[in-house]
Write a protein that binds this ligand. Sequence first.
Ligand SMILES: [Zn+2]
Length: 288
Amino acid sequence: MSDALADRIRTDIVSIARLCYQNNYIVGIDGNVSARLPDGSILITASGICKGFMDETQIVHLDSEGRPKEGGAAKASSELQMHLTAYRERKDVNAVVHAHPPHAVAFSIAGVSLAQCVIPEIVTTIGSIPTTPYATPGTDELPRSIRDAIGRSDALILERHGTLTIGTDLLDAFRKLEQIEHTAKITAIARQLGQVKTLTPSEIDRLLDVRKKLGLQGMNTLLCGKCAVQDICTIKDKVAEELKGHPVYGEQSRARARTEPRTIMRHVGERASRFGRAEQDGGSDGNE
Ligand SMILES: [Zn+2]
């Protein structure tokens, strides 16, 4: 692996970290950004630094298990294990961005899910935005809490804490962070103005057709058939049929299609009823 590539990725990490800070997705020493290099090693922001004013010397180089590769006093981010879990679970991604965007976090504190299908661009790209259960930041609970969901989604809200987005590269992961916070802002405004109306199954169908026509790649929780909010977002037989043989979605979709009814959205199940109740009541009784 060339040093030039590692240096370019270091510069990209600094740029994305600054963007997170400038866009108020993080404040103070919040958040962390990492990238996986072609040799499997990891570059990650150092612990305890303000990402808005960091430079390339404040990035730690680790092997794939998180052990330091090069000398240096800097300590890796306290959320390193969460990043390592994401890389272990998803061989197809090379970048992880963890931030604390205020609107998205506020929705999780209010117990209102953003996993509903309301914004066409979300349906066609990442599918939906699941929320993982609360886990104490900086502890082993956090990587455990995301292990299952990150295998099925590129864009997670971590309850009461922040977001975790992954991508083929740093910009891809950052773009998904933007999508989450933008969705949260739009939904917050819509809730102030009136009722949030979800897209109908036939509208979602058309959007998934658009996705197919555009040849959009990447994980989509509506298509994977094992959505972290699978009780809300299930899969249609037609979609499962189209995905037969797909390297990521194929087997999952076939398994799902054998057991699931023909609707894309069904507001049933533990998590759905919890968030569904909060939605209907304006979020007033969203607590478990
Ligand atoms: Zn955090």
